[in-house]
Design a protein around this ligand. Structure first.
Ligand code: FE2
Length: 209
């Protein structure tokens, strides 16, 4: 196996490990019931992704415990995200903590999404056992990674708008439209204007004189 592909797989594995920690902490910050359910589902899927990669490592005879520079960076980021969620929870503002958790998930899933996109690309160029292992893993994970990133971006945007007293769509259009592509996410965002039902709280406009 090419060394750079190995490096990518180690980063991908560490990203899933960090993702489990991020979701475990984020679920505790979810106030919205739909969001809590969503993140609990993503936590289970992330656990499965970790397992899928563990199986890939076993199939390819790679040492799961080997540490790499890239892996250390990914671990550092993951620990930082968990710490950020803890800090937000300790501040005691539940609405703010929910948004911090959502933003941390978007950051984690941006890396996760790119890892799997790259794994899908390199798998096309490989042959034999390597191609089979990476292609099968990619096929099982790809759609879920799209959902994790695009839906959470939608949640983050709408939770912020709601907090700002602006019309918000909750759950976000990305979720209602079951978005699984970047172009679908752009379309969902575009369509939100027709879906807004008015802000649920926040400052009211001044009464007319
Ligand atoms: Fe994942």
């Amino acid at each position: 196996m090419n060394e750079q592909i190995e490096n990518l797989l180690y980063e991908a594995y560490e990203t899933e490990l960090g993702g489990i920690q991020v979701y475990t902490n984020a679920v505790e910050c979810a106030k919205n019931d739909d969001l809590k359910e969503e993140w609990e589902k993503y936590l289970e899927q992330t656990r499965r992704h970790e397992e899928i990669l563990r199986n890939v490592f076993e199939t390819l005879g790679m040492d799961l415990e080997k540490d790499t520079p890239g892996r250390r960076i990914v671990r550092h980021h993951g620990e930082g995200l968990v710490k950020a969620i803890e800090m937000a929870r300790n501040e005691g503002d539940e609405d703010a903590a929910q948004i911090v958790a959502a933003e941390c998930i978007v950051l984690a899933e941006t890396k996760d999404h790119q890892n799997w996109e790259l794994i899908g690309e390199v798998a096309k160029k490989l042959g034999g056992e390597e191609k089979k292992a990476l292609t099968e893993a990619h096929e099982e994970v790809e759609d879920e990674e799209d959902e994790h990133l695009y839906h959470t971006q939608g949640w983050t945007r709408e939770l912020w708008l709601d907090l700002l007293g602006q019309p918000a769509v909750l759950p976000p259009p990305e979720e209602k439209k079951d978005v699984k592509t970047a172009i679908g996410a752009a379309r969902a965002k575009q369509s939100r204007k027709t879906m807004v039902r008015g802000g649920r709280k926040g400052p009211r406009p001044p009464a007319e004189a």
